[in-house]
Design a protein around this ligand. Structure first.
Ligand code: TYD
Ligand code: MG
Length: 451
């Protein structure tokens, strides 16, 4: 037997497929960095067999086999389009500490209460730690099984023995296959572990949830490859200093990626936020210069939030400090205010934020940000019954944005009486006064925001 046939694993480049004798930082084939991964060598070549289920005309294939099982957590079921599909694999990505373990323990609790057998495999924390969290969450049920396990073989063994309907693996980066020489969390390990779990899920019709840590930049640590292997990728986001947590589908084979789930992290776990707009506006003090209300859209979901700006005399290098809004966009809007509206702002320190841990990146918030800056500059508050939205162009013109009707309806529901919108916004039958304006300047005049 030669050395090559004895080896159980090999190394190859993810990008171009060039084999490598051992791990190396750079591929000799294509010159890319960090693309060499270890993978198992399958001993036998694939043999042609007669398939169990033959190919069918597409018209005879049933479209109805992906019936989701509700998790009982309404905000999550909303994002999943009903619940977890048996045989599917869902990756839940989020920064450390955001609440992934908490969410997934809660996800298992409700089906367990209803009598389903579910399994939580903890590869990061001890069984005692998970139990203590479950006590806090009210998730102690006899049908919720728990094992602390990092070895992939044992993980698969637990699933095989118990045959649960839902499995959580927390996290996919800490489970490892001892047959691979690379360290847990490396691209090769994560790929191999995910691949084996996906195969198991499909064969047994088990819904599998994988926890994945993401880096500050938002990508999964190491394995982007994972996103291709799984059916659904959920992103779990939130700011450590606020209770608000958002769940959205980045990829979803069984439905829309336009839904948003909202939770608040509390003393006994995550609670659904049924009326987020009301939450965002709860502490608002009307009549303050620099504050403005903007109906934003997250996918299909309207969220009415408060934006604030504060300007102060700056030194030779004026400060720009933002939170929850796009700093590049704020810079652009300051230039538009100075050059198109004729108000001096580029020499000022400017602070801008979205209140309550909200994060707004859509251009529809442009008009709100611009008017908040102008209001802070003049000291004239925006009237309390007004919302505004619209994208601002470099010429100071206002451009229409999507979802006008939804935004207006949500603002009206919360009791706002007037909306300032771009001139070209489609006419709807909104239950509030819609004031159409062509430019930022015209919006400033209409609201009387100049000194
Ligand atoms: P955790 O689920 O461990 O996060 P992750 O698995 O994403 O790393 O939860 C992290 C934080 O949530 C932790 O700092 C404590 C807080 N927390 C609460 O505020 N309330 C709770 O009921 C629980 C269980 C956690
Ligand atoms: Mg965790």
């Amino acid at each position: 037997m030669t050395a090559a046939t004895r080896r159980k694993t090999r190394y190859a480049c993810l990008e171009c497929g060039t084999p490598a004798p051992k791990w190396s930082g750079r591929c000799d084939g294509c010159g890319e960095w960090n693309t060499i991964v270890e993978e198992p060598v399958s001993a036998d070549p694939v043999v042609v067999t007669s398939p169990v289920s033959p190919a069918q005309p597409i018209t005879e294939v049933s479209g109805l086999d992906a019936t989701p099982l509700p998790t009982g957590i309404s905000e999550l079921d909303r994002v999943l389009g009903g619940g977890l599909v048996p045989g599917s694999v869902t990756l839940v990505g989020g920064e450390p500490g955001v609440g992934k373990s908490t969410l997934l323990l809660q996800v298992l609790a409700e089906p367990a209460r209803r009598g389903a057998t579910v399994l939580y495999l903890s590869a990061e924390e001890s069984a005692q730690q998970v139990r203590r969290r479950a006590e806090r969450l009210g998730a102690l049920h006899d049908n919720l099984f728990l094992a602390a396990e990092t070895n992939l073989g044992n993980v698969l063994g637990h699933i095989d023995e118990l045959s649960p309907s839902i499995v959580v693996v927390d996290s996919v980066q800490t489970v490892f296959d001892p047959d691979l020489a690379s360290a847990p969390g490396s691209v090769g390990q994560v790929r191999q572990c995910a691949h084996r779990l996906v195969t198991m899920a499909k064969q047994r019709g088990i819904a599998v949830l994988l926890v994945g840590h993401v880096t500050k930049e938002g990508s999964l640590a190491g394995p982007r490859v994972l996103e291709h292997v799984v059916d659904t990728v959920l992103s779990f986001e939130g700011d450590r200093h606020h209770a608000l947590r958002l769940v959205r589908a980045v990829k979803h084979r069984f439905g829309s990626t336009q839904e948003l789930g909202l939770f608040a992290m509390g003393e006994s776990g995550l609670e659904a936020v049924a009326d987020p707009s009301e939450m965002f506006l709860a502490d608002r003090r009307p009549g303050i210069a620099g504050s403005i209300v903007v109906p934003t859209l997250e996918g299909h979901r309207p969220l009415v939030i408060e934006l604030q700006a504060l300007v102060a005399p700056g030194g030779p290098h004026p400060r720009r400090s933002v939170s929850g809004v796009d700093p590049g966009r704020v810079g652009l809007l300051l230039a538009v205010i100075e050059r198109r509206v004729g108000l001096q702002v580029l020499n000022l320190d400017v602070y801008a934020m979205a209140v309550g841990g909200a994060r707004v990146t859509e251009p529809a918030a442009d008009l709100g940000l611009a008017l908040a800056v102008v209001s802070s500059l003049s000291g004239v508050p925006v009237p309390a019954d007004v919302v505004v939205f619209g994208e601002v162009g470099l010429g100071g013109e206002l451009r229409s944005v999507g979802g006008v009707e939804r935004r207006l309806a949500e603002a009206a529901r919360l009791g706002f009486a007037r909306a300032v919108v771009p001139r070209s916004a489609p006419a709807g039958n909104a239950p509030l006064d819609v004031l159409r304006v062509p430019t930022v300047d015209a919006a400033i005049e209409l609201l009387g925001l100049r000194e």
